[in-house]
Design a protein around this ligand. Sequence first.
Ligand SMILES: *[C@@H]1O[C@H](CO)[C@@H](O)[C@H](O)[C@H]1NC(C)=O
Ligand SMILES: *[C@@H]1O[C@H](CO)[C@@H](O)[C@H](O)[C@H]1NC(C)=O
Ligand SMILES: *[C@@H]1O[C@H](CO)[C@@H](O)[C@H](O)[C@H]1NC(C)=O
Length: 476
Amino acid sequence: MKGFPVICILAIFSFCYFSLFPGSKWRFYCPGCDQRIIHPHTIIHPSHHRLVNIPREDKTNISHILFGIGGTASMWSRRRHYCELWWKPNVTRGFVWLDNEPALGDEPWPQTSPPYKVSADTARFKYTSWYGSRSAVRIARIVKENFQLGLDNVRWFVMGDDDTVFFTENLVNVLNKYDYKQMYYIGGISESVEQDVEHSYTMGYGGAGFAITLPAELVRILDGCIDRYAELYGSDQKIGGCMSEIGVPITKELGFHQLDIRGSPYGLLSAHPLAPLVSLHHLDYLQPLFPGMDRVASIRKLMNAYKYDSGRALQQSFCYDLTRNWSVSVSWGYTVQLYPFLVRAKDLNTPLQTFLTWRTWSQEPFTFNTRVLRMEPCERPVIFYFDGAQELGNGNTVTWYRRPQSMQWKQCDRNNFAAAYMVKSFNVSATYLNSRLWTKAPRRQCCEIMGGSDHQDGHVRVRIRGCNRWESVTPP
Ligand SMILES: *[C@@H]1O[C@H](CO)[C@@H](O)[C@H](O)[C@H]1NC(C)=O
Ligand SMILES: *[C@@H]1O[C@H](CO)[C@@H](O)[C@H](O)[C@H]1NC(C)=O
Ligand SMILES: *[C@@H]1O[C@H](CO)[C@@H](O)[C@H](O)[C@H]1NC(C)=O
């Protein structure tokens, strides 16, 4: 399907999804084109587990992280809603660094935003990227300005953009895998190969966010790096240059998402790699995560699931119902895909391509494999979206997933699909994914469809659990 026209990849998903909502803002425009022509995360590189035995009292918690958010005074009122989705006043520590004093008038700075600071003047630094913005210099220096505040008990300096959404419990768990008394530089790269080629395969992309321990050595040379790497476009590239001088490589963690893609992130988030969800970015440039909802409400909805079992958010499990030859793929807290035929595990595990590359809006390449989402309705899964969650006690939760109302995408008229279209919801039960599981050898959890094929009420029950010995998703 190499010749598959570009527009189809976007349209193919928008149709079943957005044509239903005439008020949807999605258009074929390119809001980021005048900004950064670049940018995260990779599914191909295994994360470098550096496991240490950390005594319980020494465990990193949220208070040990100092966030540095790159913001601008004029944009903050339009960007703050993303930050405020994850920022917890008096719990998360850090600052949004602005270019100027905000023009607040009589209004106080919002209590729900991180406190702000105004960055020092950077006029003396060199910046020669012909297509970039000098603000990259200021943003690169945030880690230094944060460090020089000299705050107590800070182990990790985490940088993010004003439109980065962090999943802080998962961020803490991921950082806990690493010894904060050694030098680390942790993050993710761009999904779009064109971005990695243009900018770098070996830096933590700023929008995905990155975490640094012991920044004193970085801080010592940072101002010099800014001049030495004057031609580099982005703040994150300048940091990457500095880290290279120190000799500390990026440790890639698969849950940091730069989301350098166009269209819908659905395919990627419904086949998330086996790693905790740490960040999402570029949400203003992507279709909302949920049909019929705006972007911010969509993230709030995902977070509503996340808060029930943070480590499980977006974790994929799949199983067959062999009485009907169904394949069911769950992305916990987000979506269930029902295929009324048997799909091989490797295919279920491969993201459906509901997106294009960031800069050139091309079909490929990405830093991971994708599957074509076919126009033909008989080859598409029936899709259900997260609708609610409940705690059942003893660490058990149930989440439910429904089909969007008035699905207008052409339906498949084969018999096997008729039964699939009868399903109204999936009810998925699971037990808290213990955060310690992430420090073990990764293995996707298994699931089973409960109650045989007797789903006359249209509600299918799925149970997610650890796999049994010898258990695999293998067709008979
Ligand atoms: C975080 O850990 C420190 C010990 O290093 C402890 O004093 C503090 O109460 C903990 N904070 C939270 C929010 O758990
Ligand atoms: C945060 O702490 C300050 C000082 O202790 C207090 O005045 C303020 O109300 C707190 N804010 C929130 C949102 O809890
Ligand atoms: C499931 O598929 C297998 C292999 O294609 C076929 O032999 C079997 O009859 C199918 N079962 C049902 C219930 O459709």
